[in-house]
Write a protein that binds this ligand. Sequence first.
Ligand code: ATP
Length: 257
Amino acid sequence: MSAPLLEAEGLRLRFGAVVALDSVAIDVHPGEVVAIVGESGSGKSTLLRVLAGQMRPDAGQVTYRAPDGTPHPVHDMGEAALRRLMRTDWGFVHQHARDGLRMGVSAGGNVGERLMAVGARHYGNIRGEAAEWLRRVEIDPARIDHLPRTFSGGMQQRLQIARTLVTRPRLVFMDEPTGGLDVSVQARLLDLIRALVADLGIAVLLVTHDIAAARLLAHRIMVMRHGQVVEHGLTDRVLDDPQHPYTQLLVSSVLAA
Ligand SMILES: Nc1ncnc2c1ncn2[C@@H]1O[C@H](COP(=O)(O)OP(=O)(O)OP(=O)(O)O)[C@@H](O)[C@H]1O
């Protein structure tokens, strides 16, 4: 197997008396989808923010391997380098589309400005590619000049995904990408994410409390509880034959629902 794209070990982080992360280790390989699941407050979003360099851990390190194979300690990179990485090799899909979109900029502008950030300059090509990406995420390209605030919640989320994926990042962080949407909208969005991620060969770190979403999208699952990883492994193994009592509870509560 190829070397991991992102690798972390010994991550610890406390907020006062709360231990948010306790000796967490994780790795993600190119093209792999890894889901981080667990109940509310288990530390999933904190882990994602630490892995993406947005928050510094009290201990432990996160290493990103660049396309040329050079390892970069994420928390030593500096803000400018991290911002550059977030525009190029990485992407972040937020739970709330408004956190990942520019609401005062048209749909086409939201997608096109990411292309410009990686060097695209030809207006016609940028607009053409933005229209193509709107189509890929099932938004009528005729709405290219409309503002995101005129879109439904599901459309806004699909636009955020187009904006994130248009530059074909190697690694995308997703924090509850279907949270807060209607169940039928969630199912369609999950199918879309699955198809795009497989097509582009993108690695994804997916935070979700939705076991069904993890089963659909992830190759591997990590189960978190009280800041610790209590179980991890291949998705089918973890969900069909959970070993830890907490995972058994999570899985059985979904089956009972
Ligand atoms: N900035 C902060 N200041 C203080 N405590 C925090 C902060 N961020 C998170 N915590 C605490 O750390 C723990 C883990 O929170 P985190 O948001 O990572 O959990 P989560 O699994 O993502 O939950 P949810 O699914 O509800 O988002 C919680 O007890 C939370 O209250």
